[in-house]
Each structure stands twice: as C-alpha cells, then as structure tokens.
Design a binder for this molecule. Structure first.
Ligand code: NAD
Ligand code: WQD
Length: 336
C-alpha cells in the first residue's frame, strides 16, 4: 500500500514508519516538528535500508495537504497531535485547534483527494475515570481533561463521517501506555522538558538526569498500593498499525479497537524491572497521589486479537531493556 503518515517523526510515528517499510509498504510522512526531530526518520531509513519521503507540513495547511494527498494514497495513518495533558489544561484552545481542527483539515483534504481509509491514534483516556478493569471498547466514554476531549471529539467526527458516507473505513485505535524503543536503540521516545509519564522519568533517573522518581501514591487498592497500568511495547504498537491497515477493508465504517497487552503492572514493578535492565538501583520516593489518576486500568485486548489477528509479544522486561538501551545510547535523545 501507499501510506501517508502524519506526525511521522514522533515517538510512535517513527516506530510505525519503520514497521510499515519493513512490511513492504511505500511510506510518505509529514510533521511540523513541534515535538520531534527529523533525525528520527533519518535513522528509520538506516534501519529499514529503504528510503521514505518526509515533508515539513502542518495538519492545518489544508491546501498543501490536499495537494499531497492528490498524489494518490491508499490510506492515512494519523498520529499528529499535541499530547501533554497538563499543557492541555493550560491551553485548551490550542489543543482544540491543533488536534480537532487539524483532523478536520485532514479529513476534508482526504475527501477532496478521494482517500477514505484512515487509522487514527485514539487513547485509553477516552474511557475517563475507570473503576473496573479490563476495559472493553463498549465502556462509556468521558473526557477527564482537554486533551482527552480532543480524542473524543475526533472519534465522534469519524463516527459521523462514516455514518454519512459509507465509503469510509476508519480504525480508531485506542492505545494504552506505550513504552520501550526499537531494539537497536537508534529510535525512541524523546520527551521535551521534564517527563510526565512514568517510563521516561524512570529512565532519565537511571541515566542520572533526574535525582529520584516520584511515586505518586502507595495507598491505592492495588496489590502493592501503587497505580497499575497496561504498558505496551512501542514496537508491538507499531505492528498493531500494520495489522489494522491489512484488515481495514473488513471494517464497518468507523470502529474502535483497544491496543493494549491486556494486563497491568504497578509503578513499583516498573521501577524494579527498569533497575534490572539498567543494572543499578533506581532511587524513588513515595509521594502523595497525583490529582486525576485512576488506581488501575488495563485493556480487554480480545477484540484486537479477533479483528486484527494481533496481540502483544513483548513483556515488561523487554520494554525496559529496549527503553534503557535507547536512553543509555542517547542520553539527550536526538540532541536538539
Ligand atoms: P509525539 O509528540 O512523539 O508525536 C506526535 C507528532 O505529531 C510529533 O512529531 C509532532 O511534532 C507532530 N505534530 C503535532 N501537531 C502537528 C500538526 N498540527 N501538524 C503536523 N504535525 C504535528 O507523540 P506520540 O507519543 O508519538 O503520539 C502519537 C499519537 O498517539 C498522538 O495522537 C497521541 O495523542 C496518541 N497517543 C499517544 C500515547 C502516548 O502515551 N504516547 C497514548 C495514547 C495515544
Ligand atoms: C502511569 C502510572 C502514575 C509518573 C497518560 C495519559 C493518557 C495516555 C497515557 C495519551 C500512574 C505513575 C507517573 C511519575 C508516577 N496518553 N507515575 N510517577 O497517567 O496512565 O496516562 O499516558 O493518550 O492520556 O494521561 O500514564 O505514565 O503518566 O502514569 O508514580 O513520575 O505511573 O501515577 O499510576 P497515565 P503515566
């Protein structure tokens, strides 16, 4: 297939471009580089031993986007978005314009260019405050912050479009917690500023960039009292997109599918596995709970297995070993 990837140079985008190239697809990517470096795609080309085009383009530049799409693509894989929950609370309008406005621009351009196949990066955040896991796709949706609201709005836009025009086929992939890196240690997550997410914070602590990990609460109703999440290796996640593309013709309009491992790990289990991977203890301190955090959430991953023939293969030790290799070899990320 000829595939257009938005947000291609980002964390999940770069890993997915690599797996798409390896699967034999013809890949063109674009990004506005607001949260990434084009260096990731240079490294993807090296790893794949194949070329791919990377354009500088913003989702909201509808005319340029339409011209690009008119080159003729079989499908679009849409990662481009802002994703920092805290920033979205401070700048809700920016998140609406970039994520929701940007996706409206993309869908409009796709319509004009006659491309009606889309794989979209949704998130488990659409499940809102989850009280019981595993969480299936029929769980009621709710936004708990402006970032989450953008994912709900985009899902709704896709459902509406596909119900009005039956030619559309859209996979709304709801990711759980992506971590890890390609096994080469050449591409990985390069968060700007102080990481909010657990794994990058743990790895930056292991490499000496942070003093200790704040463990946000140890009084949750979980086995060790710390929060439990469904961590998924980013390469498994990337392969989930390759699987979704191969099964897209079987989709009925727009349909949501969870991409998760279907099991949870606690904060202390993650720190212990990361310490094993790094070969050194990782200092951490128990702190009060972080506002808005659920005690535990993991996926019911059975639909992905049934519908996409996909399931995760890489466990927590591999996630930590690969994330550590990337962090150790690239302590300052891509260095920009
Ligand atoms: P990322 O920030 O590394 O990648 C997103 C990319 O989109 C970046 O390269 C950024 O520069 C680009 N971008 C942002 N706005 C753009 C615009 N208007 N035009 C063009 N490019 C733009 O983040 P990621 O972790 O790779 O996330 C990819 C997608 O997956 C996002 O939609 C995110 O919301 C979703 N998601 C991520 C997670 C996670 O924890 N990482 C979980 C669930 C869903
Ligand atoms: C994981 C666990 C924390 C940092 C976020 C987004 C969500 C989705 C996935 C995009 C929790 C604990 C964390 C730290 C800690 N992304 N923790 N110390 O909150 O599950 O979800 O990423 O769609 O929208 O909100 O991920 O990595 O922040 O936290 O103790 O320094 O680690 O309390 O239990 P979360 P996370």
């Amino acid at each position: 297939m000829k595939v257009l990837v938005t947000g291609a140079s980002g964390y999940i985008g770069s890993h997915t471009c690599l797996e798409l190239l390896k699967a034999g697809h013809d890949v063109v990517g674009f990004d506005n580089f607001s949260n990434s470096s084009p260096k990731s795609i240079e490294r993807v080309r090296e790893l794949a031993g194949k070329d791919m085009r990377l354009e500088t383009l913003d989702l909201r530049e509808t005319e340029k986007l339409t011209a690009l799409l008119k080159e003729g693509f079989d499908a679009v894989v849409h990662f481009a978005a802002l994703k920092a929950v805290g920033e979205s609370v401070e700048k809700p309008k920016l998140y609406m314009e970039n994520n929701v406005g940007g996706t409206a621009s993309l869908l409009g351009a796709m319509e004009i260019a006659g491309c009606s196949r889309l794989v979209f990066s949704s998130s488990c955040t659409v499940y809102g405050a989850v009280e019981k896991s595993p969480v299936g796709e029929r769980h009621p949706r709710a936004a708990v912050n402006p970032y989450g609201q953008t994912k709900l709005d985009i899902e709704d836009m896709c459902y509406e479009l596909a119900s009005e025009d039956k030619s559309w086929k859209i996979a709304l992939l709801r990711y759980f917690n992506p971590v890890g890196a390609h096994e080469s240690g050449r591409i990985g997550e390069d968060p700007k500023g102080i990481p909010n997410n657990l794994m990058p914070y743990v790895m930056q602590t292991a490499v000496g960039r942070r003093e200790f990990v704040n463990v946000w609460g140890d009084d949750y109703p979980t086995p060790d009292g710390t929060g439990v999440r469904d961590y998924i290796h980013v390469v498994d996640l990337a392969l989930g997109h390759v699987a979704a593309l191969s099964k897209l013709e079987e989709f009925q309009g727009a349909q949501a599918v969870n991409l998760g491992a279907g099991r949870g790990y606690s904060v202390l289990e993650v720190i212990a596995a990361a310490a094993k991977a790094a070969g050194k203890p990782i200092p951490h301190k128990i702190m009060p709970r972080r506002a808005g955090d659920a005690a535990a959430i993991w996926a019911d991953a059975s639909l992905a297995k049934k519908k996409l023939g996909w399931e995760t293969k890489r466990g927590l030790d591999e996630m930590c070993a690969d994330h550590w290799r990337w962090q150790k070899d690239n302590p300052e990320g891509y260095g920009e």
